[in-house]
Design a protein around this ligand. Structure first.
Ligand code: GLC
Length: 418
């Protein structure tokens, strides 16, 4: 009897001890993101874990092309029971993920007044029907980078128009030892679409009107934009390898000092000016070039947080989201890596402006960015445009044939074909 009691006591003790140990173990909150960004966000994650010992953040390093990350998330959600508690989401993913029921509606957790502190376009990107599925962390917009020293050498001003860019590139390529005029993102992935959106708007046209869903690819501006991309390569303004470039490749090429101009996002500012960059201190940044008589255009980009519908830990996931999107951490992050804040007040924050005086003007650009169409079929529409742009810049199709075919396929996906 004594022995049985002892055995019982030991078993109960062991069970209680097990429960105690489990209760002490932090809950893991996991999400997938581009490897470059995981490196940058590590500091904030560590700060959070130090302040919240009951939660461990696990950032899974994914590919650096935005839509490759989207594919991985999609596969994991399709299989059910996604291993990710959080969706670290590009500005264009929400309609699909929300419509599929893969995300939790966050609207009860934030007030209207709190949301008003963010850029309206960033908030809008998280709204699907009546729900809110994404909290903005950082915004983004395409910009033109230029080499001040090279422009001085040839006695020219920073370009305003497409023709200015071509003229300045030609002068720099012939009068200095710099080989290339302009680098951008030409790989067949989401980045080429964001470049195209700026060019087509710069010619006075559009890809897909977000309100009416009209497709503008086969209109004159749509074709001109594709033609312009292609001519950059055939005229040797851009290196032939640009057809394989994502953001990081354009950045490396520009940073090596062998290119006069670059289209990239504001984060490149910190990179081109870092110690060890061959161009540090000789770089300017401005809105994108455009056709004579048109306005500069910047594609709206950016990243934010959604919470997976299948996470066993929605409360802990929300604490992580709240932390990253709160003013202090956002400010530290955007100042260190020169990202664009989603919170409006940070554009005019004295500490931010002390480091990044150009942010005052960025707010103006940030409020006039061009969104990509907020539809559930976004990934398919982007894929169509990527394929045909790629076909034309690699000389497999004329710009006109490519854009006509892309327009037709896009209308079929949208169900708007005549
Ligand atoms: C940046 C933008 C994102 C865009 C991607 C394309 O990460 O923030 O919105 O889709 O670039 O490469």
């Amino acid at each position: 009897m004594g022995l049985v009691l002892l055995a019982l006591a030991v078993t109960v003790g062991a069970l209680l001890f097990g429960a105690y140990v489990r209760a002490q173990q932090p809950v893991t909150i996991s999400f997938l993101l581009r490897a470059v960004e995981a490196d940058q966000m590590q500091g904030l994650a560590e700060q959070f874990m130090a302040e919240n010992p009951d939660i461990r953040i696990e950032m899974v390093r994914g590919p650096n092309a935005a839509d490759a990350v989207e594919n991985l998330y999609t596969t994991s959600f399709l299989l059910g029971d996604s291993p990710y508690d959080i969706l670290f989401s590009d500005v264009v993913w929400i309609p699909k993920f929300a419509a599929a029921g893969w995300l939790i509606d966050l609207s009860d957790r934030v007030s209207e007044a709190e949301l008003e502190e963010f850029l309206p376009a960033d908030v809008a990107a998280g709204v699907y029907q009546d729900g809110l599925y994404r909290m903005p962390f950082r915004s983004d917009m395409g910009m033109l980078y230029y080499r001040t020293d090279l422009l001085d050498q040839v006695g020219m001003e920073p370009p305003e128009t497409f023709d200015d860019l071509l003229a300045a590139s030609a002068a720099i390529q012939s009068e200095t030892d710099v080989d290339w005029g302009f680098v951008w993102q030409g790989l067949q992935y989401e980045g080429i679409v964001t470049n195209y959106v700026e060019l087509v708007a710069g010619f006075g046209g559009f890809w897909i009107d977000p309100e009416t869903l009209e497709v503008g690819l086969d209109q004159p501006a749509g074709i001109q934009a594709a033609e312009f991309m292609r001519s950059l390569i055939s005229e040797r303004v851009s290196p032939p390898g640009v057809t394989n470039y994502i953001e990081e490749d354009a950045l490396r090429q520009f940073e090596n000092g062998n290119t006069a101009f670059m289209r990239n996002w504001p984060y490149a500012w910190a990179e081109v000016n870092r110690e060890g960059s061959a161009v540090a201190g000789n770089v300017g940044i401005k809105p994108m070039v455009h056709a004579e008589g048109q306005q500069p255009a910047a594609t709206l980009g950016g990243w934010g947080f959604g919470i997976s519908a299948t996470t066993p830990h929605p409360e802990e996931a929300w604490r992580v989201v709240e932390f990253f999107t709160s003013p202090g951490p956002m400010k530290d992050f955007i100042t260190e890596f020169t990202y664009v804040p989603s919170r409006r007040a940070l554009f005019t924050d004295p500490d931010v402006l002390a480091e990044l005086p150009h942010y005052e003007q960025l707010l103006e650009v940030a409020e006039t960015t061009i969104p990509r169409p907020p539809v559930g079929q976004y990934a398919q529409l982007s894929d169509i445009l990527q394929r045909y742009l790629s076909a034309t810049i690699s000389n497999q199709m004329t710009p006109e044939a490519a854009m006509r075919a892309a327009a037709g396929e896009s209308r079929r996906v949208l169900g708007t074909e005549a």
